[in-house]
Design a protein around this ligand. Structure first.
Ligand SMILES: Cc1cc2nc3c(=O)[nH]c(=O)nc-3n(C[C@H](O)[C@H](O)[C@H](O)COP(=O)(O)O)c2cc1C
Length: 180
């Protein structure tokens, strides 16, 4: 089976996106996918101060190499100010250009405290991924009011949303396998 990078799109301590990533990792692993979590909390932000675009930065290379070695990406993205977190954009701006996302299968889960389930954040990230020639998986999952709608053991508490999450999981596995 394939290797999946599950990317937590924030560096916020005790992030809910991290909790969601841990739940979906179990779902993928149970289906035979080799899932690994990478969090923006571990992105070496201090190493890029001063605008070192295009430079060899060992800490950045060490962070991004295992992600880029994966066959597919799954972003778990919180909504921050109607968009995705800035640290995630910095991470993308320090990926190798133009190859990093080219023909890379990518799926998206958005989570928010508010009512819109990170729809705007996911769509804005998808615009960036499209620009970088990624293959975005069309079934996305949006979870609003995350705090009252998630259990680390059983997943999403609204049955339809849990169905959509499982449907995305199964569908994305099939999508990646067809591309291989
Ligand atoms: C800087 C910041 C901005 C935020 N902006 C929004 C927002 O625009 N809409 C929203 O529904 N929630 C917003 N939130 C709340 C997050 O959606 C909430 O923290 C949620 O648990 C997911 O993010 P987390 O992974 O940081 O926990 C914001 C949180 C932070 C820290």
């Amino acid at each position: 089976m394939f290797k999946l990078a599950i990317i937590v799109g924030t560096d916020r301590p005790n992030s809910k996106s991290q909790e969601m990533a841990e739940y979906v990792k179990v779902q993928y692993n149970e289906r035979g996918v080799d899932g690994h979590i990478f969090s923006m909390a571990d992105f070496p932000l201090g190493s890029v101060v001063g605008g070192l675009y295009g430079k060899e930065i060992p800490e950045i290379e060490a962070f991004r190499a295992p992600i880029l070695a994966c066959d597919a990406l799954l972003f778990v993205i919180p909504e921050y100010n109607g968009s995705f977190p800035g640290v995630l954009k910095v991470f993308i701006d320090y990926l190798p250009f133009p190859d990093a996302f080219r023909a890379m299968p990518i799926a998206y889960i958005g989570i928010s405290a508010g009512a819109f389930g990170s729809l705007r954040a996911v769509e804005q990230l998808q615009m960036v991924a499209n620009y970088r020639n990624a293959l975005s998986y069309p079934e996305r999952v949006f979870v609003s009011r995350f705090n009252s709608n998630f259990s680390p053991d059983t997943g999403l508490l609204v049955p339809l949303q849990q169905e959509l999450l499982i449907s995305q999981t199964n569908g994305f596995i099939d999508f990646v396998k067809r591309l291989q």
